[in-house]
Design a protein around this ligand. Structure first.
Ligand code: AMP
Length: 534
């Protein structure tokens, strides 16, 4: 289901949604800022005019392969200059990127590529450790729809005159509706298999435009991005939002030792640190970056006073972001107190966003200050997952139930939201979401595992990691056995448990439900005894 017609009208009448596709929005900005840098990375840099012209020709190269508008393309790439080129080239060809992770393996890709009917699979040839090219070729065997394996540094380019290329891209784009699906993102999800989130041209570009506006970015900004750029946060905060205002994306990998010197050398003015990068302000190279930073966003976990102060020590405005691939973005507003910016994730970025905090499982709002489930509706928050009817994910009036726990606080004249935990059963491993039920079902296929529960154990660097509580049939099972089993099932490595506890029976609550809180407390105490807890 797309957005109800009445909402579409309202979002357009209010000037929030445009009437162009993402490719055409980018082209308009490129015309306005041809000589501005659009992207800078360790591999090189491109101005808007260069990126625009290059992606036109690659788009036609893709079209000449026989790829047609609307066809989904699985992407497994890392943070490189060519990734940004490929992104716009796919969109210009009218293709629909499916934003999977380079870390995904057969278990994930086989499911996702069939669920969307992928036509092509784009990989990076030389990622560390894994031969994604061989993997993609293997995945294409006996696949009902996959026909092409594309390689990031070797995308087909039409050797034609730039004006001719532009005309042909415009022709392709005329056939794409701004309310069509532009991109598929993956949900962290709460049940067995990853769910697909359709993001549509007008609403997705608006999401980015509203985020850039919330941060008061201009064409002079240089926006650093270290977390996976093909995640939703990467596409919105790192690619579309800077490009919506003619700013430059400074794209780095996630390693602070290489990222910080590049961000500093590129005179980065704004950066988003996910939870894994909350260590950045303690890094010896942070001070040189702090000299040029104007806006820093922290996202993914509570912010301590020390972190807040250390992040802003060069004079930058420090704030917080709450975002999700399903849509809703909350950002601490400009011109608000340090108190609001440190203790809350702020307010929705769109005037037509609506937030309610509900008693979990009900449609009853809880009073301000009390904790309930964050539910939201608005001009860029999904109304349905792709190909699935999941009424339990929405209220009867279309609010998306995020699975996050939140409270609303009246601060500085704003109704600001604080995040207070979650009810969805996942592990947030440095920003990568691990769906507990998905892993439990896989672990249960081990011949000697009778019961399994995956819980989050605290980790000083990643925030959380997966610990599996197992009941076996009496035959000893080790962590290595479990990991070897998941490897054999071709499951992405970040989902493999990093610790197991073999128990006689899983702890249960008085009503007989598996008691994950008890297991989290148990493993946390064990880590503390071992001197490993944060
Ligand atoms: P994703 O869809 O991968 O971007 O993940 C979205 C989820 O990440 C949210 O539903 C939250 O559980 C979590 N998340 C995002 N931002 C924050 C934040 N600022 N604080 C706590 N959790 C967050």
């Amino acid at each position: 289901m797309t957005f109800p017609a009445e909402c579409v009208r309202r979002y357009r009448d209010a000037g929030l949604w445009g009437t162009r596709t993402i490719a055409e929005e980018f082209h308009e900005v490129a015309l306005a800022h041809p000589d501005h840098e659009a992207v800078a990375a360790a591999q090189g840099r491109l101005t808007y005019a260069e990126l625009d012209a290059r992606t036109d020709r690659i788009a036609l190269g893709l079209a000449d392969l026989g790829l047609r508008p609307g066809e989904p393309v699985i992407i497994q790439v890392t943070n490189r200059l060519e990734t940004v080129v490929a992104w716009y080239a796919l969109l210009k060809a009218g293709l629909v990127p499916v934003a999977t992770l380079a870390a995904h393996r057969g278990h994930e890709i086989a499911h996702i590529s069939r669920a969307v009917g992928a036509r092509a699979h784009l990989v990076e040839a030389d990622t560390r450790g894994t031969d994604l090219l061989a993997f993609a070729r293997e995945q294409a065997h006996d696949h009902p729809t996959l026909r092409h394996v594309l390689v990031l540094d070797d995308l087909p380019t039409a050797e034609i005159d730039p004006d001719e290329a532009r005309k042909r891209v415009e022709e392709i784009q005329r056939g794409v509706d701004p309310d069509d699906v532009a991109v598929f993102q993956l949900s962290g999800g709460t049940t067995g298999v990853p769910k697909l989130i359709p993001r549509r041209h007008a609403e997705y570009w608006y999401n980015a435009r509203a985020y850039a506006a919330a941060l008061a970015w201009t064409a002079d900004d240089r926006v650093g991005h270290l977390i996976p750029v093909i995640h939703n946060a990467g596409v919105v905060c790192g690619v579309h939002a800077p490009h919506a205002v003619g700013a430059c994306l400074v794209l780095t990998d996630h390693d602070l030792d290489t990222a910080l010197p590049l961000l500093a050398a590129e005179r980065t003015t704004s950066v988003l640190f996910g939870h894994v990068h909350y260590r950045a302000p303690a890094h010896p190279l942070y001070d040189s970056l702090a000299e040029t930073l104007r806006v820093v966003l922290l996202s993914g976990a509570k912010v301590s006073e020390e972190l807040f102060a250390a992040t802003g020590r060069g004079g930058a405005w420090v704030g917080q972001l709450f975002g999700m691939a399903e849509g809703m973005f909350l950002v601490t507003p400009q011109g608000t107190s340090a108190e609001l910016r440190r203790t809350t994730v702020g307010v929705p970025i769109s005037p037509l966003d609506e937030v309610r905090v509900l008693e979990p499982g009900s449609e009853e709002e809880v009073p301000d200050g009390e904790v309930g489930e964050l539910c939201c509706r608005g001009p860029y928050t999904l109304r349905a997952y792709h190909g699935e009817d999941r009424p339990e994910a929405f209220t009867s009036d279309g609010f998306y139930r995020t699975g996050d726990l939140a409270a609303i606080h009246a601060v500085d004249g704003h109704r600001a939201v604080s995040i207070e935990g979650r009810i969805k059963d996942l592990i947030n491993r440095g920003g990568e979401k691990i769906n507990a039920e998905e892993v439990e079902l896989l672990v249960l296929t081990h011949p000697h595992v009778v019961e399994a529960a995956l819980v989050a154990m605290p980790d000083p660097r990643l925030g959380e990691r997966g610990c599996a509580y197992l009941v076996t049939d009496g035959v000893p099972v080790t962590l290595e056995d479990v990991r070897a089993h998941l490897r054999a099932l071709d499951v992405a490595k970040y989902k493999w448990p990093e610790r197991i506890e073999v128990v006689a029976a899983l702890p249960r609550t008085r009503v007989g439900k598996v008691d994950k809180k008890a297991m989290v407390a148990d493993v946390t105490a064990r880590l503390q005894d071992e001197g490993e807890a944060p």
